[in-house]
Design a protein around this ligand. Sequence first.
Ligand code: NAD
Length: 254
Amino acid sequence: MQIENGVFVVTGGGSGLGAASARMLVEAGGRVVLADVNAQAGEALAAELGAAACFVRTDVTDADSAKAAIDAAVQRFGKLNGLVSCAGVAPAEKVVGREGPHRLESFARTVSINLIGTFNMLRLAADVMSKAEPDAGGERGVIVNTASVAAFDGQVGQAGYASSKAGVVGLTLPVARELSRFGIRVMTIAPGIMETPMLMGMPQEVQDSLGKMVPFPSRLGKPAEFAALVRHIVENAYLNGEVIRLDGAIRMAA
Ligand code: NAD
C-alpha cells in the first residue's frame, strides 16, 4: 500500500506512538484523520500537520463515535486506505492489596478501550475498505493494531492490561484470514518500553533502569522507531496476520 496520497485513520493520534505514526504518514505524503478522546492534543497536532490532517474527537469504545472517525476519512479526504490503532490505556492495578481487590470496573474499562475499542475501529474500517477499489496489487486496505509485550510477559499490576493486549494478539490472525479475500491486511505491533507520555510519568531513575533491561540498544524505544515499523508494514504487501515485537529483545523477570 502506498502512503503517498493514501488516507489513514490513526486512533490515539494525539499522543505518543499514534502522534508519531500520524507525523510519519503526513511526511510520506498521506492524509490523516487523528481520532483521539483527548481533543486538546488532537487539535494541536492537526493544526501543526496542516491541510493533510484533521482531528475528530473519538471514543474508540463507542460505536457511533468510532463510525464518525471512519466516515470523516471518506467525507474529508474521499477514501480510506489504512487504520493505525494506537488508542490505549495502561492503569496499574494489583489483584489484592491495600486498596482492596482489583476493581472489576477498571479491568473491564481497560479491556473495553484496548481490546474492544481496537476491534470496534477495525470492523468499521474493514467495512468501508472492503467496498473500495483495489490498488494495482489487489490491495484494498491495511490495518495496524498495537498490542504490547505485556501480552506475553505481563508484570504484577498488569492483569487487565496484559489480558487486553493478549486479546489484540489473538484477533490478529483470524481477522487477517477473514479479510484476506477483500485484499485487506491486518498486522499487530507489540512494543516493548517506549518513550511516550504513557511512560514519561515515571521517575527518571525508573526509566533509566527500564532502559538498561533492554539487551540492545539498552534504552527505551522511540516513537519514531514505532512509526518506521508502521511505515514498513503499510508498504510491504507480504506482511499479513503477524505480530511483530518491537522491544530490543527485552524479557522481563517476574
Ligand atoms: P499515550 O498515552 O501517549 O497515547 C494514548 C492515546 O490514546 C492518548 O492520546 C489517549 O487520549 C488515547 N485514548 C485513550 N483512550 C481512548 C479512547 N477511549 N478513545 C480514543 N482515544 C483514546 O500512550 P502511547 O505510549 O502512545 O500508547 C499507544 C499504544 O501503544 C497503546 O495502546 C499502548 O497500550 C501501547 N503500548 C505502549 C507502550 C509504551 O511503552 N509506551 C508499550 C507497549 C504498548
